[in-house]
Ligand binder design. Structure first.
Ligand SMILES: Cc1ncc(COP(=O)(O)O)c(C=O)c1O
Length: 486
């Protein structure tokens, strides 16, 4: 009797170990496998990227004008047509603090969903600030330091980008001055303290430190702020102080290309498992985490190296539906119209987002490269409301353990739905997504979800049209810019 039980246990253990070994839980790379080059999508776009327009000349911007806020090396990267850009040794060395990041297979989630789909996620939450953002923050701080900059100003919504820049500037002996959207400043005191721990100065925006902030406060002293306003403040600060430049955490080409370390590593990790994705998915606030993951797979497709037709799926909130309901036009990147005009899907640069919890997804526009690919039908956009997003996030936390940030939880919602569709059709789809940050500073949002206080919110289409009509009334020549006419 005893022997039989023991034999039974041994057999179960064998099956258990076989299952665990067979279903590799995660794939790790060594530090010398951190990529040596970033991938730049510009030479591989289906059409040339429409240039940023200088509103004062109504012509493509003279790159020298950008030197007031960015260092030369980053402006060169912004415009570069080189496909592969070498990663400086100092940046690779800084990356070793958390890279390479693990690629996980969501074995427990798959089991609960009873899906034949194989779900993989690239986990960027292992970085010290807790997201993908330092992949570019470290690079930007390095290039600024090389050109003698002492302070970098920036905006932050959820606090992830501000923390990343605070962390990165500190590594290179510089300071960060962070304009934090006021509602996040109030909702997330620990993010602020994290930034201060790395030596940053954090200012709630709108503030009385800049003309941009003061003009908003005059109109609405209780303004909750927005990313558009905080960008205006950070740019104005850089323009009016010596030794100070501005740093952006998303949208621009150089930012997105720094993020490709994620996709390059993920491609190698999947290769080690003899896998290739049918779907690559990610959330979009400005487009940097998603682009960082999917660009290398897009390169495989355009260079005819991909063994499959890959679908690229981008997720966003219904409360800030830039890709699914926005209008493709030239618009400003900030509320005070200090930036050049960028060709993008937009909700209007005066957009004040509803106070949903995915702070990083509350931006009115998106990266011009991403918008071009979306317009060409190469990216599938999907929008989800925050209730369904937190339902998915909770299931993920219960099965996989990691508590995801609200932003990538939009993608988790999509992935779960797609895995359930695969269950119905019996397709063994391989899905790769980007778990671009953890949610350990977002527990208030989880609390509100558990207490039933979260409301689904759909941004009204009329408001978007109103906002764009206002823009066009003020700048009628925007409609005549030749580059985005189809
Ligand atoms: C965790 C996380 N994911 C996603 C985003 C959205 O930005 P992006 O689309 O540039 O990745 C943010 C922005 O703050 C973020 O903090």
């Amino acid at each position: 009797m005893y022997k039989t039980v023991e034999k039974g246990i041994n057999m179960s253990l064998n099956v258990f170990f076989y299952t665990v070994m067979y279903m590799s839980r995660k794939v790790l790379l060594t530090e010398d496998e951190i990529p040596k080059y970033w991938y730049n999508i510009l030479p591989d776009l289906p059409k040339p990227l429409p240039p940023p327009i200088d509103p004062s000349t109504r012509e493509p911007i003279d790159p020298r004008k950008l030197e007031a806020i960015f260092p030369r090396s980053l402006i060169q990267q912004e415009l570069s047509q080189e496909r592969w850009i070498p990663i400086p040794d100092e940046v690779r060395e800084a990356y070793t603090l958390w890279r390479p990041t693990p690629l996980y297979r969501a074995v427990r989630l798959e089991r609960v969903l009873k899906t034949p789909a194989r779900i993989y996620y690239k986990y960027e939450g292992v970085s010290p600030p807790g997201s993908h953002k330092p992949n570019t923050a470290v690079a930007q701080a390095y290039y600024n330091m090389k050109e003698g900059v002492q302070v970098l100003t920036t905006e932050t919504g959820a606090g992830q980008w501000g923390s990343a820049l605070a962390f990165a500037t500190n590594l290179f002996g510089m300071k960060a001055r962070v304009y934090m959207v006021k509602i996040s400043y109030e909702q997330k005191p620990y993010r602020r303290i994290m930034m201060e721990t790395w030596g940053a100065e954090v200012i709630p925006s709108p503030s009385n430190r800049t003309k941009a902030g003061l003009s908003i406060l005059e109109r609405d002293p209780n303004s909750p702020g927005s990313l558009g306003i905080a960008i205006s403040e950070a740019i104005e600060d850089a323009l009016t102080h010596e030794g100070v430049k501005y740093s952006l955490g998303s949208v621009l080409n150089h930012v997105l290309l720094h993020q490709t370390v994620q996709g390059l590593e993920a491609r190698k990790q999947l290769e080690m498992l003899d896998e290739y994705p049918d779907i690559v998915a990610g959330c979009v606030g400005g487009g940097s985490s998603f682009s960082g993951l999917f660009w290398p797979f897009y390169y495989d497709v355009v260079s005819k190296k991909a063994p499959k037709n890959v679908r690229f799926v981008a997720t966003e909130p219904t409360a800030c539906p830039t890709m699914t309901k926005g209008i493709y036009t030239y618009d400003f990147g900030d509320t005070s119209k200090l930036t050049p005009l960028l060709p993008m899907y937009t909700l209007g640069s005066d957009f004040i987002p509803p106070p949903i919890h995915a702070g990083g997804l509350r931006y009115h526009g998106d990266a011009p490269t991403l918008c071009l690919l979306l317009k060409e039908g190469l990216i599938e956009p999907k929008a989800y409301d925050q209730l369904s997003v937190f339902e998915a996030a909770s299931l993920f936390a219960k099965t996989e353990g990691i508590i995801p940030a609200p932003e990538p939880s939009h993608t988790i919602r999509y992935v779960i739905d797609e895995a359930l569709r695969a269950k119905e059709t019996g397709e063994e789809k391989v899905i790769l997504f980007n778990l671009c940050g953890h949610g350990y500073f977002d527990l208030k949002a989880y609390q509100e979800y558990f207490e039933g206080n979260l409301k689904p919110f759909h941004y009204p289409e009329e408001k978007i049209k109103e906002s764009i009509q206002k823009l066009i009334k003020e700048y009628p020549w925007i409609q005549q810019i030749p580059y985005i006419k189809s």
